[in-house]
Ligand binder design. Sequence first.
Ligand code: SAM
Length: 213
Amino acid sequence: ADHSFNYPARPEDVDWRSLYPSMGDDQQVQFADIGCGYGGFLVTLGEMFPEKLAIGMEIRVKVSDYVIDRIAALRLKNANEATTYQNIACIRTNAMKYLPNYFQKSQLEKMFFLYPDPHFKRAKHKWRIINQALLSEYAYVLRKGGLVYTMTDVEDLHTWIVSHMTQHPLFERLSDEEANADPITPKLYQSSEEGAKVVRNKGEHFLAIFRRI
Ligand code: SAM
């Protein structure tokens, strides 16, 4: 059923090697794309950071299946190329519920929330992928100095994210100068399917990056 998940009891139980067959013994997932959608940005991460393992987490079965197939096809097609896509993978899960089941304390270096679904109604606030209770969980799985990248085309949601993240004692926002100096920043606008759509429609994007203190 769409609402049942197989999830690990603890991070030690995750069989990462089944997701990244050629990973090194000392390697750990360090990048997480939360709500990765169709995986466009995940593929970009794989190309930009060949030495890092990145995971996409997606709640919709059909969408995560699509990304899993997409990665398998990329691996097959590029087996003898410089970029082999062995460093990216996707799991179907509810990232709002199960993050600490997958990641150890301080494991992650970067988390991405690109075009998360906005929910405007106050009653739905607790379902938002960025909410005050969840921020402490994100802070837990992120290492000190780690970064949370957020991008949305919904200004209200951006304002809301910025106010909650900056209120949280464990996060501080990067200055515009710092954000613009990050090589990932230009990719956030169009690498993902949702970002590309906003660009096509000439919509606005709102970016904010936060550091785990
Ligand atoms: N990040 C992608 C992009 O930029 O193209 C997808 C953006 S889409 C608007 C939001 C995605 O988040 C959807 O694919 C949705 O299924 C997923 N999502 C929503 N809640 C989620 C959750 N709790 N855990 C994992 N994925 C979630």
